[in-house]
Design a protein around this ligand. Structure first.
Ligand code: AGP
Length: 368
């Protein structure tokens, strides 16, 4: 059944490998020929989306990281201003709600206490309406929101979220395109992103095939006490998520920074005892990122880089590069999440931690 590990050693590994199938499931029936089917978000979605002049997105943990990626997408492809905030902060401050703001929550469980409290608070705060992107049908968040989009990842047992995150990102790209459609996004751009989404499950499959190479890299982390994760643009939240995974299951202290911030402080920490992990997709920030990586190398840092095979990065002294297949720029955050999940997984296994049930953590945080 769905709650069995099958041939996998841990639920987390099984859930990592389910990603091609569940991402396909998230997309199922929601794509038209050249555009997203806005009605996937329920009756009334089109009217609500047309009026949405901005978005407030609220979530916790990994779901919050998905929201941070979505901000880059929604502003770039739908032209809608977005604010993203962790629910435990949002619910206790005086939030200014501009007219026609759509309130969006993201949650695997749909039962996270702070996210649910934020929704209840938002419903009294003059929003245009609420949308929940959620993995559990019938959950409190789904029941109490005006619109819902189910991520369809299936049950996630491992405390460290994996497939819930990548299906949330897939759902958030659907939201971006749905809003883009009613807010005048270029039709060719929409059509090409829809095509890219159809190719995504197969690309995810190819990245999972790098598992043995990633396992090999993981030995360099098992004895370390700190790690730094770097990314730029929509890959800064991917770095945040990579650092969270490593912290949760391997108990190694990890921090993420937007690579452009290195010089403003964290570069002081860099030495051969602190591995630096980075993702380097082929995008407009590549040259900037490369020069940031050079700064790390020049200070004796050990780099581990997951890079597009076409960007001209290769292994050398102080830098180990693992190549990923080319991907549409917009969808790269989904693809580059996978090696970071696998890296944390293998480091945790080497360290002998309880991968599926890390100490001090619960799968869903239903108390404040
Ligand atoms: C992720 O690995 C976590 N264990 C945690 O941060 C989680 O994402 C957070 O508690 C939010 O849960 P939710 O998506 O069910 O609301």
């Amino acid at each position: 059944g769905s709650a069995s590990k099958g041939d996998y050693r841990h639920f987390m590994l099984k859930e990592i490998h389910e990603q091609p199938a569940v991402i396909a499931e998230t997309l199922e029936g929601r794509l038209g020929d050249r555009s997203v089917l806005v009605e996937s978000f329920g009756p009334g979605a089109e009217a609500l989306f047309s009026r949405a002049a901005q978005i407030h997105l609220v979530a916790c943990g990994t779901s919050y990281h998905a929201g941070l990626v979505a901000r880059y997408w929604l502003e770039r492809y739908a032209g809608i201003p977005v604010q993203v905030e962790v629910a435990s902060e949002y619910r206790y401050r005086q939030v200014v709600v501009p007219e026609n703001t759509l309130f969006v929550t993201l949650s695997q469980s749909g039962e996270t206490a702070d996210t649910l409290a934020a929704l209840r608070f938002a419903k009294k705060s003059g929003y245009l309406g609420s949308l929940a992107i959620c993995n559990v049908p019938g959950s409190s968040l789904a029941r109490e929101s005006d619109l819902t989009l189910m991520t369809r990842a299936g049950p996630e047992i491992g405390v460290a979220s994996t497939k819930a995150f990548t299906t949330q990102l897939t759902a958030l790209m659907l939201l971006t395109l749905a809003l883009g459609r009613v807010h005048g996004q270029d039709e060719e751009e929409q059509a090409s992103l829809v095509e890219a989404l159809r190719r995504l499950p197969a690309q995810v499959e190819r990245v999972l095939a790098l598992d043995a190479q990633i396992e090999d890299l993981s030995t360099a982390f098992a004895e370390k006490h700190h790690a730094l994760f770097l990314g730029r643009g929509a890959h800064f939240p991917v770095a945040l998520e990579g650092a969270l995974k490593l912290k949760e299951i391997s108990y190694i202290h990890a921090e993420a920074y937007p690579a452009g911030e290195l010089k403003h402080g964290p570069l002081a920490l860099v030495d051969s005892d602190m591995p630096v992990v980075s993702v380097a997709p082929n995008d407009e920030l590549l040259d900037k990122l490369k020069s940031n990586l050079q700064e790390v190398r020049a200070r004796g840092g050990e780099l581990f880089v997951f890079a597009d095979e076409g960007v001209g990065l290769s292994s050398d002294d102080g830098i180990r590069v693992l190549h990923l297949p080319p991907i549409e720029e917009a969808l790269a955050p989904i693809l580059y999440t996978l090696p970071l999940q696998l890296l944390s997984y293998h480091v945790a296994v080497l360290k002998g931690t309880d991968v599926d049930q890390p100490r001090n953590l619960a799968k869903s945080v239903t108390v404040e």
